[in-house]
Design a protein around this ligand. Structure first.
Ligand code: COI
Length: 356
């Protein structure tokens, strides 16, 4: 149990217009911080005003990217309750990432306490408009003032909060995705399964290329053969092929084990649908498309929620999915998942957790 000290902000900021939040533009009044030093453990948990962090220019995170981050959301229900969605899954993934990045473990109950405390402290920032939520971004950075590639001995754990609308400007409308055949995001044995900034840094060149061509995101292929589908970077990906719902399996360790991905699998299975976690090649996708059997494609993620894919471009070969519209399975998943998150429908899985 953390003994969190509180340093309140002297003047609260003005809140942004809830109808124009976009994603990741605004930050609340406070943040949570906690330090770590080898031999001492985690110490000085505190809620302080959201402000710049001062670090030495030689802080190891700037040079060797020893860091990790997470992403989850808090939702305001109709009766004003504020709830989290499966925070235990994010915290479990956080510690799995920490193992891969040689970052010390954080006690899961301390992380949950910290998340609840800071969200509760800034609860007036949790928006109430349809489709909005408070995005929670925990992260850990190596702070040692040292040049040399070694595991750091000092870390800073922070949680910042951002009121958000939809990740894509298109909202729930289908996005266009560019299949990347040149660059790769991750390989087996690398950090693809971990939530680290380096994965996203490696993806930027492909993202830039896709955006220039008018696409929202990149679909990454496996790093060895450039043949099998991995993920979209900001989201995991699902396809409906001839009645079977397919998503790439986690077995190769090159894709992020998404909490929304896992929740969709649980929902689809509970509806008795045929679901497979397996390898899926671009060739299979193109073949299915040619035969009129690629019924739907959609991405899943905390930020992206359920994002229907209306077009896939593979080397100039455009596949228009669901006539460029949202398909019935994507729609049902979106309604059910967000219904549970916003407390509009029953939560049979016990996924939601109140902040107080
Ligand atoms: C999330 O979905 O929480 C993510 O971290 C994706 C990120 C690209 C915003």
């Amino acid at each position: 149990m953390l003994n969190i000290r509180i340093e309140p902000i002297s003047k609260k900021k003005e809140k942004p217009d809830q109808n124009n939040l976009g994603f990741g533009h605004y930050f609340t009044d406070h943040m949570f911080l906690m330090n770590y030093t080898e031999g001492k453990g985690w110490y000085d948990p505190r809620i302080v005003p959201y402000a710049d962090i001062s670090l030495p220019p030689a802080a190891m995170v700037f040079h060797y990217a020893q860091e990790m981050f997470e992403g989850l959301k808090a939702y305001r229900t109709a009766d004003g309750t504020i709830q989290l969605f499966r925070p235990d899954k994010n915290i479990e993934r956080m510690n799995n990432t920490n193992i891969r990045m040689c970052i010390p473990q954080v006690d899961p109950s301390d992380v949950l306490q910290a998340i609840k405390a800071v969200v509760n402290y800034d609860r007036d920032w949790v928006p109430s408009e349809e489709g909005t939520s408070l995005y929670i971004r925990p992260f850990i950075i190596a702070t040692d003032e040292h040049l040399g590639v070694h595991v750091a001995k000092n870390y800073l754990f922070a949680i910042i909060l951002s009121p958000v609308g939809s990740y894509y400007p298109t909202g729930i409308n289908p996005v266009k995705i560019f299949i990347e055949n040149e660059y790769v995001r991750a390989v087996k044995g690398g950090t693809g399964f971990a939530k680290v900034g380096g994965n996203y840094a490696a993806s930027l060149i492909g993202q830039q290329k896709a955006e220039k061509l008018g696409y929202a995101q990149v679909l990454w292929l496996d790093g060895i053969q450039h043949k099998y589908i991995d993920e979209v970077g900001a989201m995991n990906v699902f396809f409906v092929i001839d009645g079977e719902i397919v998503t790439p399996s986690l077995a190769e360790g090159s894709i992020l084990p998404g909490v929304t991905r896992d929740s969709c699998l649980a929902l689809l299975r509970s509806w008795g649908m045929k679901v497979s976690e397996r390898k899926i090649s671009v060739d299979e996708l193109e073949e299915a498309y040619k035969n009129g059997k690629l019924d739907e494609a959609f991405g899943t993620g905390t930020a992206a929620v359920i994002s229907p894919i209306g077009e896939l471009n593979n080397n100039g070969n455009k596949m228009i999915v669901s006539g460029g519209n949202i398909g019935p399975i994507s729609h049902k998943l979106y309604d059910t998942l967000t219904g549970i998150q916003w407390g509009k429908i029953a939560d049979p899985f016990g996924w939601t957790v109140k902040v107080d």
